[in-house]
Design a protein around this ligand. Structure first.
Ligand SMILES: [Cu+2]
Length: 492
């Protein structure tokens, strides 16, 4: 298969591995708690129950003690936190803390941080979706060793039973009679049958447990796309589990930075056209009249957040035919284009259609599973910093990190990779802090809002989950224009 063919093939298979985001389970958050500034990395386990490891870098007021508590994000259990665990400061760097917490059940969780220092005590919470994404399998050689040891146990047990029946009541020095030998053979056969039944029962129990665990493996809600003319109809199917707690409806979504759904459409395989759109809900359908789009196959990544703060990225695809009719884009919709990934890496300075320039100041090296702050700036046509900046959907910028084989998709904000709606559930704002932002009625003022027209730079905390090639789509707004800068990254 050619590289192109393999890419298309991988992209068509992508729905099998997914998460809140796709293939990007760790949570990176940059948060402030009073005078304290924390860069938090939460590495979620692949299996539930499992251990989440937590790292915190403190850059604000000095911290003397940092405690962490895992608890459900919503519901009665969220009001009764267990006793907290204390994070350990690093011996070489007292501003770097590590810790670990057990996540006991799947669902919408938060990790609460109790921060203490000279500037008093503060609390801040980071939402974490807890899902099993793999089954731990036994190493083959370990399995063979254990099977041989098990066989040895069964055979020795039969030997012990046979010897006991044959010789337990025999006087020293005497030989067992033929009748005793006969009885001992019968006893050995009977004990082998009993143990075979025990082993069989154990294996059946194990298989039932393993089958029930495999149904716990997370899959995003099934989503089907139907394109008629330029009318897109996304049908979202609820996930119904025997255990009601694990069910996920398709009708309980809450607005996340002003919209029930944030839909990224990325043309395949070149990733050379991207659209950030906002369909409207009608029952279990999301509807949208598409703007002008170049023809081709598009992967759709739709971010939604359930009422309990559990975020999901729904994945499907559409084929846009040549000459598709076009509707005017919505006020928050944005589009961008670049040369296809196969034609080589884009530079760190991206020329926008209105002659503005978006610049990426990349870290010196990029390695997988490392927490970074991604820094972007918007320059005017003369190359000086843009002076007409506006918040885009309440924030200084929005970024999507997408692996070129489609196995990773993460929609990240200046606060981090957690869904903004879940962050707000985890950190309810006091009533007087409510801001009346257009389209965000009833939602507390999101952190990270830019009100300064000269603030032409944005930071995104994030870490790539896997080595490979990625395309980064960054959106910033100036005046009434939403700009989409596109950059390439190779991660080792
Ligand atoms: Cu966003």
């Amino acid at each position: 298969m050619t590289i192109l063919g393999r890419l298309i093939f991988a992209c068509l298979l992508l729905t099998s591995v997914a998460h809140a985001h796709v293939g990007s389970k760790d949570v990176y958050e940059q948060t402030t708690a009073g005078p304290y500034k924390l860069y938090i990395t939460i590495r979620m386990p692949n299996v539930i129950p499992g251990v989440a490891t937590v790292e915190v870098r403190s850059t604000g007021a000095p911290i003397t003690s940092l405690q962490i508590t895992p608890l459900p994000l919503t519901g009665e259990a969220s009001k009764h936190p267990p006793s907290p665990d204390t994070m350990k400061p690093s011996t070489d760097d007292p501003a770097f803390f590590t810790g670990a917490v057990w996540i006991m059940a799947s669902g919408s969780w938060q990790i609460r941080f109790n921060v203490s220092g000279g500037a008093g005590n503060q609390t801040v919470a980071v939402p974490v979706p807890a899902v099993a994404i793999s089954i731990l399998t036994m190493d083959r050689s370990l399995g063979i060793i254990l099977a041989l040891l098990g066989l040895f146990l069964v055979v020795s047990m039969a030997g012990v039973v046979a010897a006991a029946v044959r010789e337990a009541r025999l006087q020293p020095g005497l030989q067992p009679s033929p009748a005793q030998r006969h009885r001992s053979l019968n006893a050995m056969a009977a004990s082998l049958i009993v143990m075979a039944l025990l082993v069989y029962g154990g294996a059946t129990w194990w298989n039932v447990q393993a089958a029930s665990f495999s149904t716990n493996i997370y899959r995003p809600l099934q989503t089907h796309a139907l394109l008629t003319g330029n009318h897109l109809d996304l049908t979202v199917q609820p996930f119904v589990a025997q255990n009601e707690y694990r069910s996920r409806p398709a009708s309980d979504f809450i607005p996340d930075h002003g919209h029930l759904m944030h839909l990224y459409a990325i043309r395949q395989p070149g990733m050379d056209a991207v659209f950030h759109l906002h369909p409207n809900r009608s029952g279990s359908h999301f509807l949208l009249n598409l703007p002008a789009m170049p023809p081709g196959q598009y992967n759709l990544y739709a971010d939604v957040v359930h009422a309990n703060g559990f975020p999901e990225t729904l994945v499907t695809s559409i084929t846009v035919p040549p000459g598709m009719p076009a509707s005017p884009p919505g006020p928050d919709d944005a589009a961008g284009s670049a040369s296809p990934i196969a034609t080589g890496e884009l530079g760190n300075s991206f020329q926008l259609p209105d002659r503005y320039i978006m610049v990426w100041d990349p870290p010196a090296t990029l390695t997988a599973n490392t927490a970074y702050t991604f820094h972007f700036r918007l320059l005017g046509p003369e190359g000086s910093p843009a002076r007409d900046m506006q918040p885009y959907m309440g924030m200084a910028g929005h970024a999507a990190f997408v692996k070129t084989d489609c196995t990773v998709f993460a929609h990240v904000h200046p606060d981090g990779s957690a869904a903004m709606a879940a962050v707000m559930l985890a950190n309810p704002a006091p009533a007087d802090a409510m801001a009346d932002m257009p389209g965000m009625t009833g939602i507390s003022h999101p952190p990270g809002v830019v009100a300064d027209p000269n603030a032409n730079a944005v930071d995104f905390p994030y870490g790539f989950p896997l080595p490979g090639r990625y395309r980064i789509f960054v959106q910033m707004k100036h005046n009434t224009t939403v700009e989409t800068g596109i950059f390439d990254a190779t991660v080792r």
